[in-house]
Every structure is written in structure tokens, then in C-alpha cells.
Unconditional design. Structure first.
Ligand SMILES: [Zn+2]
Length: 379
């Protein structure tokens, strides 16, 4: 299979695919403004549900799994982590067991799990849509339990190290031995606690700017402390609701300017993404999606995930951050992939996971390819 396209760095190239991998990428001498862009497939670290399907509840059928994963392809996503939020311990075990069987039977674009909870800060400013009564301090027992259920599919854990710092540090040190990445989030960790978690091996912060109190001290707040940790990545949700455009721009530019790989983009999508407005669930929680696309808890009005799709997220992030398409796209593809240990560049020998985009100012998704197969073509 051969195609001609322009890489995001602007190079017109002849691309050859052999089976599931890129065989060669050769720059062309001649050029044409009509060439599509070729870009690495999008990698979303936090998908709670999609296209009407809630991953935080037992799936009714394999059709539901097929539908959600295929719809993620239709929005450019060749790799994602299922995000499971805080739940009763037994319910989480059942979800992990059921979903890992689906992932094993149908190895498509799901790369594993991101456990966001139950090791979070239950305070009113940090709990978000998570139920505080189901939160608990970090424990090696639970980490071992999850590993026994899903093995290496456990890729990412978000925790709040201030709840029980010694236990959190033990869990981080033990988990990274199994190549689990640790992010901090739903947390107020700053200063020494933050530093100790980073020293133990924490590598990121989940949806920076969200799940923190509405009013914070002017200097000693999570946002400034995270930005000042130059080795710490942070994910942002570019839906224009979780962060207003000026805050998104300030955070994205601050993260990406010195070290581009610090900026990660994620949808934090829930079942109402790529689906009409209405009433959905996020695990045990009922969520209303309004005509504005905001997913909110009916009683408190708190945001509970987003209805953003990966492809729309990149374009929106590009506009809000003014960072250019390549930098923005990398923050939603190469950088999260590298965090998971995947070499996701468009290079000979790498898995042929990519998107083709129309050569317009506001590109459209033309096709998604995964492991050398076209898995979505725009109608
Ligand atoms: Zn969250």
C-alpha cells in the first residue's frame, strides 16, 4: 500500500505501508497544495465512555463495545485508555474483569486502563463528580489486586498524595516497577508533598485546573506549583468549558513552550460524547448533557466528564492555545503515546497508526488507519 501525503512538519512524502507497519517514508521533490496531511493517530489517556456507551457500567453486549471503539476511530483515535472513576471496590473489580476480557477478545484501539480513583482527595473542591464515600487511602493491597485482575493493561493511575503520603509514595514506587504511570490529580498537593511524589516517580497531573477549589491562594496553589515542576507533564481538557479559553491558552503555552512533551491533551469523554444531548450515566452517577454540550451533575451543576471528541479537541485546542497544528496534534498523539512507552512517530518500522486530514485551514478528518488497515473513511 502506497500513499502520498504531507507530514505535519510540512514535508511532502511518499509513504509505503507493509502489513501493520510503515515500510518507508521518502521525501518528495515535487509538491502539490492538494496533498492531505498525515498525522499520528490520536491517543486519549482518559475516556470514561463514548458514543452513548458508559465504560463505568457493565456493558450490555459486545455490540456496545464495538460501537464505542469504532466511533473513537471515526474521531481519529487509534489508542485510548478506559478511565474508571471512583467506585465501590467490588464494582471496580467487576468492571476491570469484564472490560479486560473485551480488550483481549477484540484487540482494537483500547490500550488499557486509567484508574482515576479511589485514591483521591475527598474534599468538596477536589472530589469533582467522584463519590467521596468510596474514596480510600492508597494501598499496595489494592494495587496488587488490580494487577492480578488486568496485569499489564493497568497503564495509568491518578492519585492525591496528600491523603496518606507515605502510602502514596509506596504505591508509586511499587507501580512504576510494573511500568504503571502515576499522575496526581483531584488533589491539593503542593510544595514538599508534590516534590516527594515527583521524586518517587509521579510523571504528570490529570486535567490541570479542574478538580481544585474555586478559590485558591494566590501563590501557593496547585496550578503554579505544577507549572513550576519542570519535569511534570499535565493533561488539559480542550472543550472550552473545563478551562475558559484564556486559561487554556496560558496553561498550554506555559507547559509546551520550554518542553513540548509536557503538554498532554485529553477529552475526559463520557457516554454523551459523539451522542445527542440527554441523560447519561458515569458509573453510578446520572449526568445531564445540555444543548451546549456540557455534561453536568443535575444537582450541583458540576462538570462530570466532557462530550468532546478527540478530533474536535485538537482543533479546538489549536485555536485556543495558538500553538500551531503540529504542536497541538503532538500533544494529543505522540506525547501521550510516549508516556505509555509507544514510539508513535511516522517512521519506518513503527505501527501504521495515522490520520489523513484535508489540506484546509480547518482540516477535516478524511480517514483513520490502525495497524496498516483503514478503519474509518469519511463519507
Ligand atoms: Zn477527574
Amino acid at each position: 500500500m502506497k500513499l502520498v501525503a504531507r507530514t505535519l512538519s510540512g514535508l511532502a512524502s511518499a509513504i509505503e505501508i507493509d502489513g501493520p507497519v510503515f515500510q518507508s517514508i521518502v521525501p518528495l521533490r515535487s509538491d502539490s497544495p492538494d496533498l492531505p496531511w498525515i498525522a499520528p493517530g490520536l491517543v486519549d489517556l482518559q475516556v470514561n465512555g463514548f458514543a452513548g456507551i458508559d465504560f463505568n457500567r457493565a456493558l450490555e453486549s459486545d455490540d456496545a463495545w464495538q460501537h464505542a471503539t469504532h466511533q473513537l476511530y471515526a474521531y481519529g483515535c487509534t489508542g485510548f485508555l478506559i478511565a474508571l472513576i471512583t467506585n465501590r471496590e467490588e464494582a471496580s473489580r467487576d468492571l476491570l474483569t469484564g472490560l479486560s476480557q473485551r480488550i483481549a477478545r477484540r484487540p482494537r484501539n483500547c490500550l488499557g486502563f486509567h484508574l482515576e480513583g479511589p485514591w483521591l482527595n475527598p474534599g468538596p473542591g477536589t472530589r469533582g463528580a467522584h463519590r467521596p464515600e468510596w474514596m480510600q487511602p492508597p494501598s499496595l493491597r489494592l494495587l496488587d489486586d488490580w494487577r492480578s485482575l488486568v496485569g499489564d493493561l493497568l497503564k495509568l493511575v491518578t492519585l492525591a498524595p496528600e491523603i496518606e503520603t507515605a502510602a502514596a509514595l509506596d504505591v508509586i514506587r511499587a507501580g512504576i516497577e510494573h511500568r504503571i504511570a502515576f499522575f496526581l490529580g483531584h488533589s491539593e498537593a503542593i510544595g514538599d508533598t508534590l516534590q516527594r511524589a515527583v521524586d518517587a516517580g509521579a510523571v504528570g497531573w490529570t486535567h490541570l485546573g479542574n478538580a481544585i477549589p474555586a478559590t485558591v491562594p494566590k501563590f501557593d496553589n496547585v496550578i503554579l506549583h505544577v507549572l513550576a515542576q519542570s519535569g511534570l507533564r499535565a493533561s488539559l481538557i480542550p472543550d472550552g468549558l473545563h478551562l475558559p479559553p484564556h486559561a487554556f491558552r496560558a496553561l498550554a503555552q506555559s507547559l509546551a513552550r520550554a518542553t513540548p512533551s509536557r503538554l498532554l491533551l485529553t477529552t475526559d469523554a463520557m457516554a454523551g460524547a459523539a451522542a445527542p444531548p440527554g441523560t447519561y450515566t458515569l458509573g453510578e452517577v446520572v449526568v445531564r448533557v445540555g444543548a451546549d454540550g456540557a455534561a453536568r451533575l443535575p444537582d450541583s451543576g458540576r462538570l462530570a466528564g466532557s462530550t468532546l471528541t478527540p478530533f474536535a479537541g485538537v482543533l479546538r485546542a489549536q485555536k485556543m492555545a495558538a500553538l500551531g497544528l503540529e504542536a497541538t496534534w503532538n500533544a494529543f498523539s505522540r506525547h501521550p503515546a510516549s508516556l505509555l512507552g509507544l514510539d508513535h512517530d511516522i517512521l519506518a518500522g513503527n505501527s501504521a497508526d495515522f490520520c489523513l486530514l484535508s489540506p484546509e485551514k480547518e482540516p477535516r478528518l478524511l480517514a483513520t488507519w490502525h495497524r496498516g488497515q483503514c478503519v474509518y473513511a469519511a463519507p
